[in-house]
Design a protein around this ligand. Sequence first.
Ligand code: BMX
Ligand code: ZN
Length: 308
Amino acid sequence: MYRIGIDLGGTNIAAGVVDEGQHIVAEVSLPTGAERPAEAVVADICRAAEKAMEKAGITAAHCASVGIGSPGTCDSANGVVVRAYNLGWDHVPVCRMLEERFHVPCRLSNDANCAALAEQVAGAAVGHDNVVLITLGTGVGGGIIIGGKIYDGMRGAGAELGHTLLVLDGEPCTCGRRGCWEAYSSATALIRQARQAAAEHPESLLAGAEEITGKTVFDAADRGDETANAVVDRFCDYLGAGVTNIVNALAPEVILIGGGISRQGERLLAPVRRYVEKNCFGGPEGAIPIIAAARLGNDAGIIGAAAL
Ligand code: BMX
Ligand code: ZN
């Protein structure tokens, strides 16, 4: 039997057919067109899934289930996307809509929850039952696996680790509050921090860069640029502080860091590990988890959604 996994994002819909060995055997991606009504987006989710099945040479009759990962608050028990501001979705009963089309059970969870589940069943956290994954992208996504299962709290509103407080009265967050971890540790936040530093240090490579991306900042740091190194060091401290909060709250066995910035590997991970060892409750003798990069990259959304 196969399962369909759908990774719904603000920019793209990716649908994949996943086999029993957790491999994506066929995948189709379409633009989300989030400015359209939810019905039109769901119609394209179905179209992407159908095209992926066609590519794999199967039909819905060969599939046991459909799973979908969406940004925002997802009521997984009822299959409803409660709120996803980047999609403009408010109480969209996406599972019912997909079940009507494919006549197989549909499961829904938040995008980062799906990525965490994927890493646990097929990625960097295989063999561990208590795992936290954070994704550093436009925002900071959080996925918590406890006892091998997604934990997202009442009405699926939990595990929003990006919106735990890091700085009282701090930087504004996309959620309307201030000082959320997301406002310090997302790729968006890193770019903002680099732009500020570039304005203060016109001699820096960052000031000369045509466009600042997360990679530009790390590249300039690699080339010995002091300003860029200071930005990266501070960014790692913010990340370390947030990871320390997770260790103190949950002491999971593994904490994985995903998203584009995680490709920086040890330049990011080593300072975060040092920060946690120095600052977590219990110190170096405390419950220091494995802190590593996520492994599945863009495939995590599809594999995790299918695994729901
Ligand atoms: C936001 C929030 C989370 C999501 C996270 C990562 C919305 C629409 N999104 O904190 O639910 O998991 O972003 O999303 O409320 P990404 O866009 O960075 O991948
Ligand atoms: Zn927030």
